[in-house]
Structure formats: C-alpha cells, structure tokens
Design a protein around this ligand. Sequence first.
Ligand SMILES: [Zn+2]
Length: 135
Amino acid sequence: MRFQELERIEDIVKPSNRREQRVRHFIEWTKKRLGLADEPINIVFSYDRDDAQDQHRTGQWDYQNNHMVVYVGNRNMVDILRTVCHELVHVKQGQVGDIQRATRHGPGSPLEVEADAKAGYLMKLYGKLHRDIFE
Ligand SMILES: [Zn+2]
C-alpha cells in the first residue's frame, strides 16, 4: 500500500508529467498574484487517503516548518489547484504576520475565510486563462 502510493507520487513529480507541470505553473502564477516573497516552499503531494479522511482536510500548511501537503488522490485538477491556492494564501498570511497575530485558527476563523475567498477568486481568474484545469 505504502509502496504503491510512493510510486504514484513519483509519477506526479516527474518533470514530464503534464499535471505536475500544470501545478507548478499555477504555483508561480499564484505567487505573483498574492505578492508572495520569493522563498522556496516545500510541497508534498499526498495520496494518503486515510490521512486526508482522518484529518478532514485536503491540504495543510505548516508555517513553522515551511511545509505544505496537498492531497491529490482521486481529485480533479481544479480541486487540487484550489487547495494549493488556499494553502498559498496561508503562506502569505504567515509572511505578513497574520498567522502569528491570530487569536483563532481553524474552520470559520478569519484566516480560513480569507483563504477560501481568495482561492475562489483566483481559481475563477486562472480557469478563464487555462480551461484545461476542468478535466
Ligand atoms: Zn486553511
């Protein structure tokens, strides 16, 4: 099970992989739109459905360790990109100190509302430019 998952992750990180290229292009586009500082971000694409279900989430940003996890198993590209975008808004929130100042985190918090709203808006813009994300 684990081994099979690793092979599939290898699939998506191959430079020749079309989906991987699409995700990388989207990340660069979104970084510019959000005005993110040009710092490297560690992103792991996970097929670990058990983890996604247990944690009730499709992505996670650990700002203290500069580490992002995006769940990609059985998901449409537009959903994957929306999660990436949501987490990139959190990266921005960390860069400007909003996460550090926040008194509330988690569902319904201002940080989450902003991440969902900006991700929704940017996905609309990106979708108009790149219709192939609607698979
Ligand atoms: Zn979030």
